[in-house]
Design a binder for this molecule. Structure first.
Ligand SMILES: NC(=O)c1ccc[n+]([C@@H]2O[C@H](COP(=O)([O-])OP(=O)(O)OC[C@H]3O[C@@H](n4cnc5c(N)ncnc54)[C@H](O)[C@@H]3O)[C@@H](O)[C@H]2O)c1
Length: 334
């Protein structure tokens, strides 16, 4: 049984759910996060449950202090989730994206070596595949890596570094390639935040916008299924890239209908022109996750959306404050 781990980006959307899961397993967790997009509030339940198990370190993952921290805390596994996750921002400021996503990963590798860590579990993204032909869906891990954004390129380059250090320094890793993750605590502005954007706007009684005719598809995977895959990767999938998706496509129009129905919203979405550079269809094959991690998604989109709506109803501040703050803002499915 693994006793101590580190989670970078642990105050973020996916990271905080992972921390909840680890604390429930009685694992000691050191969270490293600069709180640039993450929130301490995301760790509230872990803090309540994990007395003595949870430590929070507000720190930039690029900082040399991370190496000192790992030396002191000696995590057996480092889950590396801290990243700049906004594709559009990566186009606007590719240097920041590069230094956090690639430089941060290199610092995590250095920290892992200094702390005697046996494995790094890396969060990659479907963005590494770019926009391959629709007939190749759902995408296998053997799909050529042809990212179309600096974000995708930084994630791809990080994979190369992990491979280099596995070969040269025996540092084990597993890279999980997430499809479009959704669930409670996701910010409507984050990568793949379309479910949160639609949910927040529908519940606040504001119209949603669909860019294009709504036939474009994405592979939506629930955050609890994703944390299950992350936990399984502690003992499995060494040296591999493993897709974490549902192998299914859902169109944006169909998604809107499901969310609007669940929210009791009768507003019709505004249809605007498809944005340049947006990929058409996406879905990740999960066969390797099944054989290597023993993982399969267990949450249907219908159940996941219903659960998310319940969560929003219990946390009205998550959409009510946005109703005021972003009153005139467009919703932007990613
Ligand atoms: N959400 C998705 O659909 C999705 C899909 C594919 C891959 N991913 C990957 O999963 C990981 C987690 O994404 P998320 O959706 O939870 O995003 P998020 O923005 O909620 O979480 C990222 C966390 O990293 C922290 N962070 C950012 N820069 C940092 C830095 N320099 N130093 C320390 N901490 C820093 C943020 O404060 C935040 O808490 C990311 O690596 C992302 O690329 C997410």
């Amino acid at each position: 049984m693994i006793e101590r781990v580190m989670v970078t980006g642990g105050a973020g959307f996916i990271g905080s759910h992972l921390v909840d899961q680890l604390i429930a397993m009685d694992v000691s967790v050191d969270v490293v996060d600069d709180l640039s997009t993450g929130r301490l509030a995301n760790l509230a339940s872990a803090r309540n449950r994990g007395l003595g198990l949870l430590s929070f370190h507000q720190m930039d993952v690029r900082s040399p202090a991370l190496v000192q921290l790992a030396k002191r805390r000696k995590p057996v596994v480092i889950f590396h989730l801290a990243a700049k996750t906004d594709v559009a921002q990566s186009m606007e400021d590719p240097f920041e994206d590069l230094t956090v996503n690639l430089g941060g990963t290199l610092r995590v590798i250095e920290a892992a070596l200094a702390g005697g860590t046996s494995k790094v579990i890396f969060s990659a993204s479907a963005a590494i595949y770019g926009d391959p032909p629709a007939e190749t869906l759902p995408l296998l891990e053997s799909t050529p890596l042809l990212p179309m954004s600096p974000y995708g390129a930084s994630k791809r380059a990080a994979l190369d570094y992990l491979d280099v250090y596995r070969k040269s320094r025996d540092l084990e890793y597993t890279a999980l390639v997430f499809a479009n993750v959704y669930g409670p605590r996701q910010k409507g502005s984050a990568e793949a935040g379309v479910i949160s954007i639609f949910a927040e706007r529908c519940l606040a009684g504001r119209p949603c916008t669909i860019f294009g005719d709504g036939t474009q598809t994405r592979d939506f995977v629930n955050v609890l299924d994703v944390t299950d895959a992350l936990v399984r990767a502690m003992d499995n999938g060494g040296g591999l890239m493993v897709n974490v998706g549902t192998s299914k496509e859902t169109s944006i129009a169909n998604l809107y209908e499901q969310i609007a129905n669940a929210a009791g919203c009768t507003l019709r979405p505004r249809m605007l022109a498809r944005r340049p550079g947006e990929i058409d269809r996406s879905s990740l094959d999960n066969g390797r996750a099944a054989t290597q991690l023993g993982w399969k998604p267990f949450t249907s989109l219908e159940v996941g959306v219903a659960d998310l709506m319940d969560w929003y109803r219990e946390h009205p501040e998550e959409y009510a404050t946005k109703r005021n703050r972003r009153a005139d803002e467009e919703s932007a499915p990613k």
